[in-house]
Design a protein around this ligand. Structure first.
Ligand SMILES: C[S@@+](CC[C@H](N)C(=O)[O-])C[C@H]1O[C@@H](n2cnc3c(N)ncnc32)[C@H](O)[C@@H]1O
Length: 235
């Protein structure tokens, strides 16, 4: 197994550096993966192979390593960093990250002091599971949401490979987001953005493929100090 960090000659990290714990974890995964690989090679030369359990552990180690590679190498840390920043700026205290996989990105929210709930179809060895809540379920599914929670989804909801019944699944996802959340922040294609826009009063492009959708009513005080509702947040 080779990771982006390994290829760059093992990033050296200090406990004070951003993503320190994640970088240390990937180094550990690399070590474990390398040991499995070397054992596999030596067994193959004797006409043998790893046991089923060793093979399973090896696969899990590689899979998690690839996910962290993706986080650092394919700008996951940047996208999720922007989302965490957006939450901080807009007073959002909790996000539901739907299609979180391992939830390595929860690190971005931890650093900003924002509460994080990861939602994923299948149960895996979730990152920061001792600090944050994780829900195993395929959305739409029941979620313990409260007012002002932000739904987040990156490379999961609305993406073709997960739209098992094509437009019907897309419709179900959009209806559920509209029902469960007043606002959401999704990384999605232009086509999916147009579709989801039908369900929200306000759509704002925050970055390439990153859109904020809202049905929130912004509460402001008028000159007489009476509360007045004015359309949607920032609108
Ligand atoms: C490509 S990964 C993306 C992980 C993470 N969001 C990221 O950007 O690195 C997609 C994950 O979303 C999960 N997923 C897809 N559709 C989902 C749904 N409707 N509900 C919950 N999880 C879903 C998949 O099982 C997979 O673990």
């Amino acid at each position: 197994m080779s990771t982006v960090l390994m290829e760059k000659g093992q990033a050296s990290t200090k406990p004070t550096q951003k993503f320190y714990r994640l970088v240390e974890h990937v180094k550990e995964l690399n070590k474990i993966g390398k040991a499995f690989y070397e054992k596999k090679l030596s067994l193959i030369t004797e006409g043998k192979d790893l046991s089923k359990e060793e093979e399973r552990q090896y696969d899990l180690t590689c899979m998690e390593g690839h996910c962290i590679d993706h986080f650092f190498g394919a700008e996951g840390y940047r996208t999720y960093g922007m989302i965490a920043e957006f939450c901080k700026t807009n007073g959002i205290e909790r996000v539901f990250d739907i299609g979180c996989a391992y939830g390595h990105q929860s690190e971005c929210f931890l650093q900003e002091g924002i509460d994080y709930v990861g939602v994923n179809t299948n149960k895996i060895d979730f990152w920061n599971a001792d600090r944050f809540e994780y829900v195993t379920g395929h959305y739409p599914c029941e979620l313990p949401t409260k007012k002002n929670d932000l739904a987040v989804s990156v490379l999961a909801l609305t993406w073709n490979c997960y739209l098992y019944e094509k437009e019907e699944t897309l419709k179900q996802q959009c209806e559920a987001l509209h029902r469960d959340f007043e606002h959401c922040l999704l990384y999605l294609t232009e086509g999916a953005m147009q579709y989801l826009s039908q369900y929200f009063k306000k759509v704002e492009k925050l970055d390439r493929d990153l859109y904020y959708f809202s049905n929130k009513e912004e509460v402001i005080m008028n000159n007489d100090n009476n509360i007045k509702l004015v359309g949607t947040l920032g609108g």
